[in-house]
Design a protein around this ligand. Structure first.
Ligand SMILES: NC(=O)c1ccc[n+]([C@@H]2O[C@H](COP(=O)([O-])OP(=O)(O)OC[C@H]3O[C@@H](n4cnc5c(N)ncnc54)[C@H](OP(=O)(O)O)[C@@H]3O)[C@@H](O)[C@H]2O)c1
Length: 237
C-alpha cells in the first residue's frame, strides 16, 4: 500500500473526519489532529467501532508557533513515521473585512497558511532524505476566485495554492508528491453550517469528497495530480 501512515489535521469533524474514516477504512494508519481533545476522542472511538482498530489522536492548537513541530513529533511517536500529511484544518468567517477583529485576522493566517507551512517544514528534510512523501493541502476553489465578505479567508487560500505549487516545483524530482485540493462548498459545519443538511447537488458531501482526496494516495508512483478541483454539479463556480 502507498503512504501507509498519514497525519490529518482538522480531523475532529467535517471533511477531515471523513478523510480519517476513509483512510482507516482503506487499512492505513492515521493520526487525527484538531484542537478539541473531546471531539477527537469521539472520532477515534467511532473509527475503532468501524474498523476494529483505534487510530491515534493528538489535540493541538495549530495557530500556535510550536504547534506544527509538537504535532509532527506526536505523530512520529504514534505511527513510527509519517508517509503523508493532509493539511485540512481551516477557519473562516463570512463577514465584511472591517468587521473582522485583529485576532481573527491573525488566527485565519496562522491556521490556514502558516500551520501547513510549519508542518511541512518539520517533515520535509526527512522526506527529501528518504525520497518519498505526499503533501496534500486542502485549499478551496476560492484559491483562484475572489469573494466579497471573505477577504482574509480567500487571501489565505490564494496563499496556500501559491506556496504549495511553488514548493512542488522546488522539490520536483525528489520523489515527493504535492497536491492542492480545491473544493467548492462543502456540506460541513464550517462557518455555522449544520453538517449533512444540504442538497448534494449544491454542497459536496464530506464522505464523497474524502474518497477523492484519499484516492490521490493510490495514484501510480510515476504520476502526480498537482491540482484537484471538485464542485457539486449545481454549485456556483
Ligand atoms: N466548508 C466549505 O464550504 C469549504 C469549501 C472549500 C474548502 N474548505 C476547506 O476545507 C477544510 C475543511 O473544512 P470543513 O468544512 O470540514 O471545516 P470544519 O467542519 O469547520 O472543520 C474544521 C476542522 O479544523 C479544526 N480546527 C479549527 N481550529 C483549529 C486549531 N486552532 N488547531 C487545530 N485544528 C483546528 C477543527 O477542530 P477543532 O475546532 O476541534 O480545533 C475541525 O476539525 C478547511 O481547510 C476549509 O477551509 C471548506
Amino acid at each position: 500500500m502507498h503512504y501507509e501512515r498519514v497525519l490529518v489535521t482538522g480531523a475532529s469533524r467535517g471533511l477531515g473526519a471523513a478523510i480519517a474514516r476513509e483512510l482507516a477504512s482503506s487499512g492505513r494508519r492515521v493520526l487525527l489532529a484538531a484542537s478539541s481533545g473531546e471531539q477527537l476522542r469521539a472520532r477515534a472511538r467511532e473509527i475503532e467501532a468501524m474498523t476494529g482498530r483505534a487510530p491515534g489522536w493528538h489535540a493541538v492548537d495549530l495557530r500556535q508557533p510550536q504547534g506544527g513541530r509538537e504535532l509532527v513529533a506526536a505523530a512520529k511517536a504514534e505511527l513510527g513515521g509519517i508517509d503523508a500529511l493532509i493539511n485540512n484544518a481551516g477557519i473562516g468567517w463570512f463577514k465584511p473585512f472591517v468587521e473582522h477583529d485583529e485576532d481573527e485576522l491573525a488566527d485565519v493566517v496562522a491556521l490556514n497558511l502558516l500551520a501547513p507551512m510549519r508542518l511541512a517544514h518539520a517533515l520535509l528534510p526527512e522526506w527529501i532524505e528518504r525520497g518519498a512523501g505526499y503533501l496534500i493541502n486542502i485549499a478551496s476553489d476560492l484559491s483562484r476566485r475572489p469573494l466579497a465578505n471573505m477577504a482574509p479567508y480567500v487571501a489565505t487560500k490564494f496563499g496556500l495554492l501559491g506556496w504549495a505549487a511553488s514548493l512542488h516545483r522546488e522539490i520536483r524530482g525528489r520523489g515527493i508528491k504535492v497536491t492542492t485540493v480545491m473544493p467548492g462548498i462543502i456540506d460541513s459545519s464550517f462557518n455555522n453550517g449544520i453538517e449533512g443538511t444540504r442538497d448534494p447537488r449544491g454542497a459536496l458531501r464530506t464522505a464523497e469528497l474524502a474518497r477523492q482526496v484519499v484516492g490521490l494516495l493510490d495514484t501510480p508512483p510515476h504520476l502526480v495530480v498537482d491540482e484537484l478541483t471538485v464542485h457539486p454539479v449545481d454549485g456556483d463556480y
